[in-house]
Structure formats: C-alpha cells, structure tokens
Design a protein around this ligand. Structure first.
Ligand SMILES: [Zn+2]
Ligand SMILES: [Zn+2]
Ligand SMILES: [Zn+2]
Length: 280
C-alpha cells in the first residue's frame, strides 16, 4: 500500500482558521511541516479516508486525480472529516471524463444525514447518481477492490458510530485510528481473535504533549503509549510495526521538530502534510 497523509491537523487546522495564538503565529511564520490541514489519508490512487474541506486543494498540491477515487471511508461526521458540499460537483456539467464514474462511500448514518441536509439545495440528480452509499456499523466487514475493510468502534463522540478502519491489502494490514481516545478493550480482543498483525498503526494525537486519559475522545503521546503497550500485549503488532501520530491541535503548541524530539524516542513517527509511506 502506498500511503499518503494529505492532512495532519485537528478540526481547526494549524494555523487554526481564526486563531492568533503563539503556536499558530509561529507555525505560519516557520511554514514547511508546521502548516497542517485537516486530517485525511490516501491509499494508492483509489481509496481515501475522510473528506475535509481541503481535499480539493490537497489534490492539486499532490497531483491527485480525485475522480479516480473509487472508495471513500468516512470515520465520523465532524466537519474536519467530512465536508459534503464539495460532492455536489462530482458529475454533470461540473466534472467531465471522470476516471471512476462511481464513488462508493462507506459511513455511519449520521454522515449520510449530514450529506442529505447540507446538499439538498444544490445536488442534481445526475450528480447524485455517481455516488453509491453504504451505511456501515462497527464490526462490519467488506471487500472493495483490492482491500478488505473492517469497521471498528472508536471512542469519540459517543453519539454516532465513530469508526476506526482496519485495512488489509496484499498481505499487509493497517489500523487507522481517528478520531478516537484510547481504544476500546473489545477492539484489542477482535484483532487478537482474528489473528491480525498490524504493519502500521495511525494514531489520533490531538493533544500532542497533553495526556487525555481513559475517558477522552482524543489522545496525546502518553495515551498513544498506553494503546501501543496494549497492542503489544495482545500480540497484534510485531517489531517491524510502524506507529504514526497525526491530527495535531494548536493547543498542543509544539512545532513539528519539537513533536519529533518528544515522540521519536517513544517509537512514534510524526506525520506531516504530504508525508508518504510504503507498506509492502
Ligand atoms: Zn477530527
Ligand atoms: Zn492557535
Ligand atoms: Zn471528531
């Protein structure tokens, strides 16, 4: 799997949209890896996880053909993970010669409800026909293209079915953990019972140096360490497993190199916008 972190910020972006705090001003000045757009991951050329407002801009920067995306997995309905209005442009007179005529979206029912609410004024039938919706729940398993996907429960809003995604392809497995607090016990059990060995784990690290604790819907380094130890105890990772942290909030305040100084010794790689990783 060719993996690309298109965006690596929490909801507000970094610099945050309307913020003038020191951490945002510093990131804006330093630029480079300190500029973070909302979290999103691309796998190969056809599978996308989440669809924030920057999807269009990130596609231009990274030479990505968004019309070639066949499968879109949405973790939950928060705006930084799903910006439905953009999808009214997928077809008709707005999009000619699309590489993949159909887009299959896999999400919980709240995401679909948001899509229906936010697009009802502009969505044309010819565009609606290009999108195929699949409402999924935790522990649903399905095969799409070259991927076997398992939706697992995330600890986040506690209102909707927030989802983690286990993605298996060509004998490799990755676990995408956004947005979530410390992972639920039955997720470790599921991975163990199904003899999964993860090649990569992508962690919510919204807090950075701020510990979030057992009940939070997000994590920081200290929480990522707790989850990593539980994954190791469960035997679902090995010595070659990569641990990546992402979804950083300006409230964590650390610039990219400062995050690396603290996170690398703990065994975590710090994601940045456009970072690519090969899992094969
Ligand atoms: Zn988020
Ligand atoms: Zn700020
Ligand atoms: Zn969220």
């Amino acid at each position: 799997m060719d993996i690309k972190y298109l965006g690596t910020a929490a909801a507000e972006g970094w610099p945050a949209v309307f913020c003038r705090c020191d951490a945002c001003l510093k990131a804006a000045k330093l630029k480079g890896k300190n500029i973070r757009t909302r979290s999103q991951m691309l796998i190969n050329k056809d599978l996308l996880i989440d669809f924030p407002a920057e999807s269009y801009y990130r596609a231009m920067v990274n030479d990505i053909d968004l019309s070639a995306i066949k499968f879109l997995l949405i973790t939950h309905s928060h705006t930084d993970h799903f910006y439905p209005q953009e999808l009214v442009l997928r077809g008709g007179c707005y999009a000619h010669n699309m590489t993949s005529p159909k887009l299959k979206i896999f999400c919980n029912k709240y995401v679909k409800e948001d899509f229906d609410n936010y697009t009802k004024k502009e969505l044309e039938a010819v565009v609606a026909d290009t999108i195929e919706w699949h409402i999924i729940e935790p522990f649903d398993k399905f095969e799409i293209g070259n991927y076997k996907i398992t939706a697992l429960p995330a600890k986040h809003t506690r209102v909707e079915n927030d989802l983690l995604f286990l993605i298996e392809s060509d004998g490799k497995s990755i676990l995408y953990c956004n947005d979530t607090g410390r992972i639920y016990e039955h997720v470790y059990d599921y991975l163990k019972e199904n003899q999964i060995v993860l090649d990569m784990v992508s962690f919510d690290c919204t807090g950075g140096p701020i510990e979030n604790g057992e009940e939070s819907g997000h994590m920081g380094f200290a929480d990522n360490v707790v989850v990593t130890e539980r994954l190791k105890d469960s035997g679902v990772v090995n010595k070659d497993t990569k641990y990546i942290i992402t979804h950083f909030s300006h409230n964590g305040r650390l610039m990219h190199s400062e995050l690396e100084d603290l996170a690398n010794p703990l065994g975590f790689e710090v994601a940045y916008d456009s970072m690519t990783i090969k899992i094969n």
